[in-house]
Design a protein around this ligand. Structure first.
Ligand code: ADP
Length: 479
């Protein structure tokens, strides 16, 4: 049994009113831990502590801050197995994927330990002989971080690393379903010796925490990853204190296969981008659009690859684990039922099942639906599950129109061997992240983020640190 506590002002502690909540393994549904639920007093302490610590953290040199991040990076590497096991236990994803997540998260710490020392300013040519004009970037201030359960570690580390490197202090609020990985990471943060108040961890009831965070005057910036509905609520709430926001929200990624694509590679890319984390990924493929002349060939190869996928307990070497909870499972079932009722062709899968009779977790077969049309809910709503809907198109422009016919604009994929078309793809698709001939697109050094209702702000690379900086301009008159 894990017993997860809050981490405030350099120490772990129970919640002020001793409240907690259960954390379950989504495969067995067994309770694996009890996590502290922050009381109002804890929230005030966390936000106030981060606010107090900001002044001294921002005054350290970037080299000193980088030193702490390097220690954390090293500790994450030393403890990668433990971190991965907790991820699998509370999220359900296969252990191999969980290890990949830990390494991916650490790569952001590595990157920002190096990038923090490259935050530059500049001298601007003066318009009067006695003036000197300087512009430099300074940390925006104490930062709130709210993240979902699908990547229990990477989601918040990807935000925390650039924030800390920039000179911001952070208050991290991971998802209620997966707080234990964050607790383990904070043990490593403690061991790395970060000064008191620089990194705070709060867990508990989301709405109350969100409201307290948005209302606190000391918190100057909030970075959120989660649903578009909650993102919009935070944006509205930010009006009162004018906090700067970064929002990484939902997606509905199209995956276009043109007739000149290498079909086998396209299938492998689609499988990789769809079935990772059981499809519970904001950049997961949501719709495959295949050109008519290769449509049936593509489906045939796809069927043989998807039938190879195994699913079950993430600790046992399977390709896919369970869905996170019943609500997520029911949404998948309803999307499949709706598509079949409206004429979709079931190629493989289609059924959900419990891992241990009625008592077990929520497993769903890897599924392919063909002949999917825009009237079906699955082509508009995020499924967040292992279901791949395949649609047909004829003309190139039709593919772009279909792909763009969503309020979302996070990730898109396309397969083609035509060089000119590859340029038309990036110029035609209204998405922040585009993979051409690749189903794998995210990296610490590259900008990750959306357009339209997928939000704004970027994570990763030299772009990611900008979200935690403000530009300060100084005009100096000299004698
Ligand atoms: P998901 O479906 O990925 O869980 P949510 O937007 O519901 O997406 O949750 C993402 C994160 O936002 C989680 O940490 C969740 O606890 C938190 N959250 C949910 N509702 C609110 C809210 N009203 N205010 C602030 N945070 C919230």
């Amino acid at each position: 049994m894990f017993e997860g506590r809050l981490y405030i002002d350099g120490a772990f502690r129970e919640s002020a009113d001793k409240e907690g909540f259960e954390v379950r393994n989504p495969y067995t549904l067994a309770v694996i831990g009890e996590q502290a639920a922050a009381a109002d007093q804890d929230l005030a302490d966390a936000f106030d502590g981060a606010t107090r610590a900001f002044d001294s953290w921002k005054r350290l040199t970037a080299y000193e801050r980088a030193g702490y991040l390097r220690k954390l990076d090293q500790l994450m590497k030393t403890h990668e197995r433990e971190l991965a096991e907790i991820i699998t236990l509370e999220n359900g994803k296969p252990l191999g994927e969980a290890l990949g997540e830990v390494r991916y998260a650490a790569s952001y710490v590595t990157w920002y330990a190096e990038e923090g020392i490259r935050v530059m300013g500049e001298m601007i040519p003066e318009h009067l002989p006695h003036l000197r004009l300087k512009a430099n970037r300074v940390p925006i201030g104490p930062t709130g971080i709210i993240t979902p359960w699908n990547f229990p570690l990477a989601m918040f580390v990807r935000k925390m690393a650039p924030a800390l490197a920039a000179g911001c202090t952070v208050v991290v609020k991971p998802a209620k379903a997966t707080p234990l990985t964050a607790v383990k990471l904070f043990e490593l943060i403690h061991e790395a010796g970060f000064p008191k108040g620089v990194c705070q961890l709060i867990t508990g009831e989301s709405k109350g925490i969100g409201e307290a965070m948005m209302a606190h005057k000391g918190i100057k910036k909030v970075s959120f990853t989660g649903s578009t509905a909650v993102g919009k609520a935070l944006l509205r709430a930010s009006g009162d204190t004018l906090k700067k926001l970064s929002l990484e929200l939902g997606g509905h990624a199209p995956f276009i296969v043109f007739e000149d694509a290498d079909l086998k590679k396209a299938v492998l890319g689609a499988v990789e981008s769809k079935f990772r984390n059981c499809g519970q990924v904001c950049i997961a493929t949501n719709r495959v659009l295949v050109q008519a002349s290769v449509y049936e060939d593509f489906i045939e190869i796809l069927e043989s690859e998807v039938k190879k996928l195994t699913f079950g307990d993430g600790l046992t070497g399977v390709d896919m684990g369970p869905i996170i909870n019943e609500a997520g499972y029911e949404k998948i079932v309803s999307h499949v039922e709706d598509a079949l009722a409206k004429g979709a062709r079931l190629i493989t899968g289609g059924r959900g099942m419990r891992s241990r009779g009625e008592e077990g977790g929520f497993l769903f077969q890897p599924t392919i639906l063909a002949d999917v049309t825009p009237e079906m809910r699955i082509t508009r709503e995020e499924t967040f599950g292992p279901v791949l809907p395949v649609m047909v198109f004829t003309e190139e422009q039709e593919a772009y129109d279909l792909a763009n016919s969503t309020p979302y604009g996070l990730a898109a994929y396309a397969y083609s061997r035509d060089l000119s078309r590859s340029f038309r793809i990036t110029e035609s698709l209204d998405f922040g992240i585009i993979g051409i001939n690749s189903g794998r697109i995210s990296a610490a050094q590259a900008p990750f983020g959306g357009m339209k209702e997928s939000g704004f702000g970027r994570e990763g690379g030299r772009y990611g640190i900008e979200d935690y900086l403000v530009l300060k301009y100084t005009a100096i008159a000299i004698d």
